[in-house]
Design a protein around this ligand. Sequence first.
Ligand code: LMR
Length: 332
Amino acid sequence: MKIKMSVLALATAAVFALSSLSSAFAEPIKLKFSHVVAENTPKGQMATKFKDLVAERLKGKVVVEIYPNGQLFGDNKVLEALLLGDVHLASPSLSKFKKYTKKLQIFDLPFLFNDMAAAERFQQSEAGQSLLKTVEKKGLIGLGYMHNGMKQLSAAKALHTPADAKGLKFRIMSSDVLAAQFEALAATPLKKPYSEVFTLLQTKAIDGQENTWSNIHSKKFYEVQDNITSSDHGLLDYMVVTSAEFWKGLPDDVRTELKKALDESIAFGNKVAAEKSKSDKQAIIDSKRTNVIELSKEERQKWIDTMQPVWKKFEAIVGKDMLDAAIASNKE
Ligand code: LMR
């Protein structure tokens, strides 16, 4: 009996030792984060912050690898790559989800939000949070919104009024709202990947584009565009996404810790975004490489009057109630 007991104790100890040995040598979970912008942008800095927090708090359990500048996937492929498990985290702009949900098109409506505070209020509202869930039926999980900022219009030609844009070719993200917005200007929209914008502008294959100060600065679009109109005509924000399969397959404690680190990183990235929309604009002005055009109140109103009719075309798709909720977020 005694011998039997000690054999049992030995076997138990051996199993215990082996399992702790194997967990000590278990490979950490590799989390690949793919994005298309430069590392010094709000999104780039958010990703770095996330990697650092995870290294600090989940040492040996999770390793984050960041692939910036579209190194691994462009935004037209990254959501597919998430579903295939080739990457695990991405943060495309809200304009790039058309294949997965049409509801996010609301964020592309021109002159919808008066400022970033209004966009933030809407995103954090019940209505805004419900939009994160619209990608779930396609196997994705929206983990949160992140800001970049308001878009500006750049072109070879000076754009003071909508009539100045007539007949010009503009690169847009893959969004039908953005296509309609440029059609309202009697301009030609061209859906092209972010990675091609600089060359298209440099070679004059296109006349202009719309983007945030941070993207115009970090990708040097201002060096190949003679004019930038400070129009603040639309929003460029992101949804941080993962795949349901990856996220739900994580151990509970790891998932909780990752979400916490991500929320903190997004808050950090949002601060960077707010700072950069001012400092990158100033850096562009100081460079003297381009002419930054400030609109008078009357000129701005003309852009609003020309672009805003686009809302009507998309009201049925985004939903009247959702549109009303977004409009209401302009009031504090
Ligand atoms: C663009 O394609 O212009 C943007 O979505 C790039 C980005 O991620 O900010």
